[in-house]
Design a protein around this ligand. Structure first.
Ligand SMILES: NC(=O)C1=CN([C@@H]2O[C@H](COP(=O)(O)OP(=O)(O)OC[C@H]3O[C@@H](n4cnc5c(N)ncnc54)[C@H](OP(=O)(O)O)[C@@H]3O)[C@@H](O)[C@H]2O)C=CC1
Ligand SMILES: Nc1c(N[C@@H]2O[C@H](COP(=O)(O)O)[C@@H](O)[C@H]2O)[nH]c(=O)[nH]c1=O
Length: 365
């Protein structure tokens, strides 16, 4: 016997297994309980085009779920995409009750709760909502803003330097932190860097096992923001390890400063199904993203080192006076090896009204 609350906690943990492979879909986890509260099925959405969490769980449960309860992290879909509507499948399976954490903000797929209620099922929403929202934060934010969720990641010394005076920067952070970065890369759809970082470091920007250098099966799209097309022909970002998009101003258009229009980059990525972006540099591009209000979350690896000179972690973020400082809230602080890792979210300014283009919303299913 498990309570619905415990079942939701497990469903949220299951959902997280899909992080990095479900875009443009959300991550979703589901538990099915029999009429007497036994777990008879569980599932998560593993990849876009694959079965939804509810369908995986229903296949496991079979007849045992009749009269039982479905506990699911996101409102069951109500539309036919690449797969049929989950709301109908739950009705057909003879469930009595459906417990949902988060309503589906996607106008194309929402309405599942209403369909279930109309068919006579009990529907409860909001169970562990905050926790489930956090688990799906990239997708939810992306759909609400019609652009990918952007995490700026950087490594810096205690005095906020990302490279030394001679421009060496390998490595600021510890080996443990770099392992952690590869795990983080594995959860996103695209990794973005500026041409400055490509010229300075010749990074590969792939997800690797750092013990032997082997590549993960699923690689995020690599994106180089490069106004004039200065990325060398033999740059490692152009190798065959992962797909790459070198975005020039000729292709994406120019922003007010004459460089690549960053809004256009994000809109282009959203149209390609990218919901989560890791911005990995460098300080100039990060400053431009922040100045344009295009960063949602910051993850910093702070190493117990001092340089006293060298490149600042952030250059020119459009702040001239303390009253205009970009404000964040820490959401997590952890020690990784000898480093400190902080996660912080940007505080919304009153002017940050999400622009919503319903026609840009789609769900591949
Ligand atoms: N420790 C860390 O976490 C990291 C450290 N680094 C270090 O940082 C240094 C490189 O820094 P930096 O040169 O700032 O590199 P960036 O990666 O920030 O690249 C900056 C370049 O991006 C291009 N760009 C295109 N569009 C835009 C736009 N809209 N806004 C801003 N820039 C745009 C510009 O070149 P153009 O006009 O030609 O397009 C610009 O010069 C290296 O020493 C590297 O080792 C880098 C990453 C992470
Ligand atoms: N120097 C530095 C980082 N630098 C970032 O990592 C990139 C190298 O990626 P790759 O070639 O795939 O290993 C580099 O260009 C920059 O974006 N990252 C860190 O976690 N810690 C560090 O100390």
């Amino acid at each position: 016997m498990v309570t619905e609350d415990e079942a939701m906690r497990r469903a949220i943990a299951l959902a997280a297994r899909g992080l990095g492979t479900t875009s443009p879909n959300p991550v979703v986890g589901c538990l099915l309980l029999s009429a007497d509260g036994e777990v008879v099925g569980e599932g998560f959405h593993a990849y876009a085009g694959g079965p939804h969490a509810e369908i995986v769980a229903l296949a496991q449960a079979g007849e045992r779920v009749r009269g039982g309860t479905c506990v699911v992290t996101l409102e069951p879909c109500n539309h036919t995409g690449r797969t049929g509507p989950c709301s109908e499948a739950l009705i057909q399976a003879g469930l009595r009750r459906v417990v949902i954490a988060v309503d589906d903000p996607n106008p194309v797929a929402s309405g599942g709760a209403a369909t279930l209620r109309a068919a006579g099922l009990q529907v409860a929403t909001g169970v562990r909502r905050a926790e489930a929202e956090l688990g799906n934060i990239a997708w939810l934010t992306a759909v609400r803003r019609s652009r990918p969720f952007v995490t700026w990641k950087f490594a810096a010394t205690l005095d906020g330097r990302s490279a030394a005076a001679d421009r060496t920067s390998q490595w600021v952070s510890s080996a443990e932190s770099r392992f952690d970065v590869h795990a983080l890369r594995g959860t996103v759809d695209a990794i973005v860097a500026g041409v400055g970082t490509v010229l300075a470091d010749d990074p590969q920007l792939t997800v690797r096992d750092l013990r032997d250098g082997s590549l993960a099966i699923k690689q995020p799209l690599r994106v180089v923001v490069d106004s004039e097309g200065r990325t060398p022909e033999n740059a490692r970002v152009r190798d065959a390890a992962a797909p790459t998009w070198i975005v020039t101003a000729a292709e994406a258009g120019r922003g007010p400063d004459g460089r690549v229009d960053l809004n256009a980059v994000l809109t282009g990525l959203y149209a390609r199904g990218v919901r989560s972006v890791l911005l990995e540099g460098g300080p100039t591009l990060a400053g431009a993203f922040l100045a344009a209000g295009l960063v949602d979350r910051v993850i910093g690896y702070v190493a117990p080192k001092l340089l006293g000179a060298g490149t600042s972690a952030l250059v020119d973020a459009g702040v001239g006076t303390i009253a205009d400082a970009i404000e964040l809230d820490f959401t997590d602080i952890a020690q990784i090896g000898g480093d400190l890792r902080f996660t912080a979210t940007l505080r919304q300014k009153p002017s940050d009204h999400p622009i919503h283009h319903p026609q840009a919303d789609w769900k591949a299913n």
